[in-house]
Structure formats: structure tokens, C-alpha cells
Design a protein around this ligand. Structure first.
Ligand code: PHE
Length: 345
């Protein structure tokens, strides 16, 4: 029996596949195995002897059986892994996509962060004060017509909150909100969603995004603005990008200007999108942002000492940047649920 035990263990261990293992099982613990015969013969033994031998035989059978079980699991595993078909097509993992506006917002944040601007957020529901009055746009001022506004219904019966609220028409209200709680020098950008009560078409949406910029210090000048915006545009659209300042009007900046980038001609590299836009607009230039030196009236609204500070502010439309960068012909695509659009990014 001792010999048989060693032999059985060795044979089970060396079984190369399930078939060999089954042969070993039949041979050592099968119904006709030596062990089975001995177990069956037990009943013919005298009681004393039976008591001595039976447990040993039963233990032996049990340990052979458990070794068989172990080996069987081991071989079953090798069996499957041995059968991996490397030519089968893999399981394709599906990943989500970042929305092009998110990509664009992150790019803008990256560029300004590298110039030490902090990123600030503000509320989408604003008061008339921050969106207009504090920015030198009093009620009945014709400049209010520059921003078609979604006014919100006042909460009925709430006499304490009489101030009119609206969906912010630009990110500029954050200028005064930020200045009220911070002392210069500082430089911030405010990315955010804005709303205009306008008819939609390929270049207008009721809902779009801006990035506001504000840098204030003792002697910040238009030259600082020119440098910062040059860095921004060249990092965004390439080192060849040309731009110009064109005089403009905003109640909260003085002087005010708009920044145009050159679409065709000049030193600018060949670019189909730019050329197509230039053709459709019949102009070599495209405005990308409004800007100017912060009007002293805005500093006054933030309770700064008159004449103590100066700075520049700008507001750039995120959709317009993304349309230029990714050749997107229609602003409405950003808010469509068309996956063929989103999947390209
Ligand atoms: N808020 C202006 C707009 O939405 C843009 C702007 C921002 C202009 C800051 C000047 C300074 O049209």
C-alpha cells in the first residue's frame, strides 16, 4: 500500500492533461482499483484487524481524492489559457469624449495660468447691479441694447429682494464682484456661461461661453495687455498669428478696443478654415474679443480710491475660438445631441 501511495501521488502530479488524470483516478481509486478491493475486503477481516487497517485505507483514499481534485482545477485552468486564440478580435473599450468647449476652456486656462492668472468662477444668475449698473451701464442707457437680456421673474411676495435678477449677459459682472473683495495687484480670468435673448443662427446662440480677463495694478497699461494677448493668441493659433487693435466702445472700459486676428494675407500660414471664413465675411480680419482699460467708474463701483489703480479687461468668446481652431462651421453644433459631432474630439 505504501508503494501504491507514492506511485499514485507521482502519477497524479505528472498528469499532463485531464485525460491522463482520469486514467490515474480509475487506476488508484476507481471501483476496480487495488485500494477499492482492499476496502471491500475489510469486511472479511477479524474485528481487531479491521479497526487497525480501515482508517488508514480510508485516509489514503481521501488524500488521493483531494490531490486529484487539486490537480483537476490546475489542469482546467491551463486548459483554457492554453486555448487563447490570439487572432480573435479584441473587445473594444468605449471611452467618452471631452466636449470641444471643455477642451477649449482648458487650453485657455492653461495658457493664462502659465502667465500667473488665477481662475475664478461667478454666478450665472446675476443682479442688475453687477451685470449693468456697476459696469457703468445705468438703466435706460442705450448701451443696454448691446446685451439682449433674459430678465428673471422676481420671487413673488418677497419684498426684501426687490432687486431685479437676470441671466448674466457677459462674464464682466465678475470684475466688480472680485474687486470688492480683493486689493490689487492681481490678474484673473473668469470662464463661464452667458446668455443672450437673441435669435439663433450659425453664429448666434442664446447660450454661449466667455472668458473674462482682468489685470489690475499700479501702472498696468495697454502695453501689458498687448503682450499678454499676443502670448495668448500665438499659443492658441500658432506663432505666425497676426492681430490688430481696433477702436471700439464699451461703457466699462476707456479706451475700448476690439482685437481682430488676420485670416488671410500677411505672414499667416495657409489655413482653409481661415480662408473660408474670410471669404464668407468678405474681410481679412475677424474680431475675437472686446477689451480696454478698466474705466475709473468701475473702480469706483468697487470702492477703490479714485485714480489709485489702473488695469485692463477683456472678454473672449469660447465658441468662436473653438470654431476657428477646430473648423466648426455652425455654433449650434456645440449644443446639438449629434454624437457624430462629439465623437470627432
Ligand atoms: N463684456 C463684453 C461683451 O460681452 C466684452 C468685454 C469684456 C469688453 C471686458 C471689454 C472688457 O461684449
Amino acid at each position: 500500500m505504501e508503494n501504491m501511495e507514492k506511485e499514485a501521488y507521482a502519477e497524479i502530479e505528472s498528469a499532463a492533461n485531464l485525460e491522463e488524470l482520469e486514467n490515474a483516478r480509475v487506476k488508484y481509486v476507481g471501483r476496480k482499483s487495488e485500494l477499492a478491493l482492499e476496502l471491500r475486503a475489510l469486511k472479511d477481516l477479524p474485528l481487531e484487524k479491521r479497526k487497525a487497517v480501515a482508517p488508514k485505507l480510508q485516509n489514503l483514499r481521501r488524500s488521493i481524492e483531494s490531490l486529484l481534485e487539486l490537480k483537476k482545477t490546475e489542469l482546467s485552468k491551463t486548459k483554457t489559457s492554453g486555448q487563447i486564440d490570439l487572432t480573435r478580435p479584441g473587445i473594444k473599450h468605449r471611452f467618452g469624449h471631452l466636449h470641444p468647449l471643455t477642451i477649449m476652456e482648458r487650453k485657455v486656462i492653461d495658457i493664462f495660468s502659465s502667465m500667473n492668472f488665477s481662475v475664478i468662477n461667478g454666478p450665472e444668475i446675476e443682479t442688475e447691479h453687477y451685470n449693468f449698473d456697476a459696469l457703468n451701464i445705468p438703466a435706460n442707457h442705450p448701451a443696454r441694447e448691446m446685451w439682449d437680456t433674459f430678465w428673471l421673474k422676481p420671487a413673488s411676495g418677497n419684498e426684501k429682494h426687490k432687486e431685479k435678477t437676470l441671466l448674466r449677459t457677459h462674464t464682466s459682472p465678475m470684475q466688480v464682484r472680485y474687486m470688492e473683495t480683493h486689493t490689487p495687484p492681481f490678474q484673473i480670468i473668469v470662464p463661464g456661461r452667458v446668455f443672450r435673448y437673441e435669435a439663433t443662427d450659425a453664429s448666434h446662440e442664446t447660450n454661449f461661453h466667455q472668458v473674462e480677463g482682468l489685470m489690475v495694478g499700479k501702472d498696468i497699461s495697454l502695453a501689458n495687455f498687448k503682450y499678454v494677448i499676443e502670448q495668448f493668441l500665438k499659443k492658441m493659433f500658432g506663432p505666425e498669428t497676426e492681430f490688430r487693435f481696433r477702436p471700439s466702445y464699451f461703457p466699462f472700459t476707456e479706451p475700448s478696443l476690439e482685437v481682430d486676428i488676420r485670416l488671410v494675407g500677411g505672414r499667416e500660414k495657409e489655413n482653409d478654415t481661415f480662408r473660408a471664413i474670410a471669404e464668407s465675411r468678405k474681410s481679412e480680419w475677424l474680431e475675437v474679443m472686446g477689451a480696454g482699460m478698466v474705466n475709473q467708474k468701475v473702480f469706483e463701483a468697487a470702492h477703490y480710491n479714485p485714480g489709485e489703480w489702473q488695469g485692463f479687461a477683456f472678454g473672449v468668446g469660447l465658441e468662436r475660438l473653438a470654431m476657428l481652431k477646430y473648423k466648426i462651421p455652425d455654433i449650434r453644433l456645440f449644443y446639438s445631441d449629434d454624437l457624430r459631432f462629439i465623437n470627432q474630439f
